[in-house]
Design a protein around this ligand. Structure first.
Ligand code: NAD
Length: 260
């Protein structure tokens, strides 16, 4: 895959899980990375690990909550100040919320999920797209979910916001394709990250491993996904090799979203 030397990519939710996996994939190809997260300690730990493993790459950390518009402005401004330009955004930070049937769903949790998963992705595009326009184009990868393609029991807020991410992705692709900006969303199935481990704890508090096994048994591949697979897909979509894929919601789920 093409080299990312001299390219600047912003990753939100970079401290762990799918954000960290993409950071690894891009750092291994020499990218300059802005790592954004609201968890300062985990972010610093992630940066130090990446710096040691990938000394060729440059890293900037910005502590920011993507649901706060001013924080998003800040991570964009600090990136331009440090690296001079932006070539791509991996708009990944997101939360699951709580598992509950629709009529019992806590409204404060619902609003928080909307603020982070929907508004956070919107603000990211709102402030990064003008920088990509100045730079003659670029790439955006938003993170939806298989819950952005179909329903998932007891996850109304998550499913609503991930469908919204799919919708915003299609609109951004339509509106900014003329500026050489390609925008896609990925729709991961169950990839074993801290967020998914937490979901298994909610399903079976006494033995989360049982919930994990049961979930994996329903997948055509009989396993959960590896964050590295997601990192590689994201790196392709953000690379120069992607010349014409735009406005798509690409499932990475072992084929599970095709099942009844
Ligand atoms: P994770 O909880 O393991 O990591 C998420 C990271 O984002 C954490 O470092 C967290 O501190 C950060 N974060 C959360 N809210 C933030 C905010 N408001 N501002 C800044 N940082 C914030 O989660 P993950 O599994 O890596 O999930 C990453 C993305 O992938 C999410 O959007 C999630 O919905 C999506 N996703 C994950 C899976 C999966 O199987 N893991 C499946 C489908 C979609």
């Amino acid at each position: 895959m093409s080299n990312f030397k001299g390219k600047t990519i912003i990753i939100t939710g970079a401290a762990m899980g799918l954000g960290y996996a993409a950071a690894e994939a891009l750092a291994s190809k020499g990218a300059n990375l802005t790592l954004v997260d609201y968890n300062n300690d985990s972010l610093e730990k992630a940066k130090n690990e990446l710096k040691e493993k990938y000394p060729e790459s440059k890293f900037l950390t910005v502590v920011a909550d993507v649901s706060i518009e001013e924080n998003v402005k800040k991570y964009v401004e600090e990136t331009v100040k440090e690296f001079g330009k932006i070539d791509g955004l991996y708009n990944n930070a997101g939360i699951e919320g709580k598992q509950a049937p629709l009529i019992d769903y806590d409204i404060d949790v619902f609003k928080k999920v909307v603020d982070i998963n929907l508004m956070g992705v919107h603000y990211g595009m709102k402030y990064v797209i003008p920088e990509l326009q100045k730079n003659g184009g670029g790439k955006i990868v938003n993170v939806a979910s298989v819950g952005g393609i179909r329903g998932v029991l007891n996850q109304t807020a998550y499913v609503a916001t991930k469908h919204a991410v799919a919708g915003m992705t299609k609109n951004a692709a339509l509106e900014y394709g003329k500026d050489n900006i390609l925008t896609n969303a990925i729709a991961p199935g169950a990839i074993l990250t801290p967020m998914v481990a937490e979901a298994f704890k909610q399903v079976n508090p006494s033995d989360p491993k049982v919930a994990e096994k049961e979930y994996a048994s329903r997948n055509p591949t009989r396993k959960l996904g590896d964050p590295k697979d997601v990192g590689n897909l994201v790196a392709y979509l953000l690379s120069d090799e992607n010349g014409y894929v735009s406005g798509q919601v690409i499932a990475i789920d072992g084929g599970e979203s095709n099942m009844y």
